[in-house]
Design a protein around this ligand. Structure first.
Ligand SMILES: Cc1ncc(C[n+]2csc(CCOP(=O)(O)OP(=O)(O)O)c2C)c(N)n1
Ligand SMILES: [Mg+2]
Length: 318
C-alpha cells in the first residue's frame, strides 16, 4: 500500500467512526490524515508484530482529540483488527474518543489534555540519547495547542539537550475548536518562533506527501538540534463542506445528506487499488448515487462559520 491509498482509508474510517459513534473532531482527523499516513507508511520504524520492541520509533499524537486518525492508521497497519474501529467512543471500548494507550497496541501514551505530548516526547528522546539508542521520537501537535505554555517549555529543554532525535510536526490548520488561531492567541510568526528557540524548521504543505516525506527525511540528517515540521493543512481536508468550517470540530456526519455526501465525495477521489472497507449506510453505490440517495440537498444545519479568508474565496490561505 502507498501513502495516498493509506490516507484515503484513514479518511474513510474517520467518516465512518464519527458517524457511527456520533463522536467529535472529524475536522481535526481529516487535517492530520496525510501527516499520519506518510509517517506510518514511509518514515516511522514501527512493527505491528512487535509493538513494544525496544528500538521502535515513538509516535505521539499530542492533539489527542483526533483519536480516530491514530486508531485508523494503526488498524490499517495491522496493530489490531479493523473491525474494532466501529467501537470508537462506545462504552467499554478500548478506542476512547481521545487517544488511550490502554488495550491499544501501538499507542505509546494517552493524550487529549493539550500541551503534554511534546514534554513526554522530550523525556523519551533524552532517555534514548542517554541509552545511546538510535530510535526517533515523533510528536504531532495542533497549532491551537501551541497556546499551551508547556509546549514552549518543552521547546526550550529540547534545544538545551540538543535532541536531534526529536521531530515535532505541527498540524497548522489555522483553527482551533471555536475560532481561528489568529483570533484566539496569535502564533505568527510561527516558524520564526521555533527557529529562535533553536530548532531546525521546515515549512511545507501538510497534504503533499512528497513534501512531507522530504521534510521527514531531511530531519533525519540533522545533528545537534531538534526539528519541527510546520505542516500547513486545512481543517476538514477532503470533504468540501467540512473544509475550513469550524462547525466540524465538534459536529459529526449525521445520517442523510452529511454522511452520504461525505462518502460520495471520498469515492470521487478513491485511488486505484483501494477497496472501501464499509458498505455505506443508506447509499447503495457511492460512485454513481441513484435518485434514492440522500445527497445534493442540504437539509441539515451544516452551513457553518467560516473564517474571513475563506468567505473571500481563498480556500488555500496560508
Ligand atoms: C488542556 C486542554 N484545554 C482544552 C482542551 C479542549 N480542546 C480540545 S480540542 C481544542 C482545540 C485544539 O486546537 P488545535 O490544537 O489547533 O487542534 P486542531 O483540532 O485544529 O487540529 C481544545 C481547546 C483540551 N483538550 N485540553
Ligand atoms: Mg488547529
Amino acid at each position: 500500500m502507498n501513502s495516498e491509498q493509506l490516507s484515503w482509508l484513514i479518511r474513510r474510517h474517520g467518516i465512518e467512526m464519527t458517524h457511527i459513534s456520533g463522536g467529535s473532531h472529524i475536522g481535526a482527523v481529516l487535517s492530520a490524515t496525510d501527516i499520519v499516513a506518510v509517517l506510518y507508511n514511509d518514515i516511522a520504524d514501527v512493527d505491528p508484530r512487535l509493538p513494544k520492541k525496544d528500538d521502535r520509533d515513538r509516535v505521539i499524537l499530542s492533539k489527542g482529540h483526533a483519536g480516530a486518525v491514530i486508531y485508523a492508521v494503526l488498524a490499517e497497519k495491522g496493530f489490531f483488527d479493523i473491525a474494532e474501529l466501529k467501537t470508537h467512543y462506545a462504552d467499554g471500548s478500548n478506542l476512547s474518543g481521545h487517544v488511550s494507550h490502554k488495550g491499544v497496541p501501538g499507542v505509546e501514551v494517552s493524550t487529549g489534555s493539550l500541551g503534554n505530548g511534546i514534554s513526554i516526547g522530550v523525556g523519551m528522546a533524552i532517555a534514548a540519547k542517554m541509552d545511546k539508542k538510535k530510535h526517533r521520537v515523533y510528536v504531532i501537535c495542533g497549532d491551537g495547542e501551541c497556546n499551551e505554555g508547556m509546549v514552549w517549555e518543552a521547546a526550550l529543554v529540547s534545544n538545551h539537550y540538543q535532541l536531534e532525535n526529536l521531530v515535532v510536526i505541527i498540524d497548522h490548520n489555522k483553527m482551533q475548536s471555536l475560532d481561528t488561531c489568529e483570533n484566539t492567541i496569535s502564533l505568527a510568526p510561527l516558524a520564526e518562533k521555533w527557529h529562535s528557540f533553536g530548532w531546525n524548521v521546515y515549512d511545507c504543505n501538510g497534504h503533499d506527501h512528497d513534501a512531507l516525506r522530504n521534510a521527514f527525511s531531511k530531519a533525519k540528517t540533522i545533528l545537534g538540534k531538534p526539528s519541527v515540521i510546520i505542516a500547513n493543512t486545512i481543517k476538514g481536508k477532503g470533504i468540501s463542506f467540512m473544509e475550513n468550517d469550524i462547525l466540524w470540530h465538534y459536529r459529526f456526519p449525521h445520517d442523510g445528506w452529511e454522511y452520504d455526501m461525505a462518502v460520495c465525495e471520498l469515492h470521487k477521489d478513491k485511488p486505484e487499488g483501494v477497496v472501501d472497507p464499509y458498505t455505506p449506510d443508506g447509499i447503495s453505490n457511492p460512485t454513481f448515487p441513484d435518485a434514492a440517495a440522500d445527497i445534493g440537498y442540504d437539509h441539515t444545519t451544516s452551513a457553518g462559520w467560516h473564517p474571513t479568508w475563506y468567505n473571500a474565496g481563498n480556500t488555500e490561505e496560508r
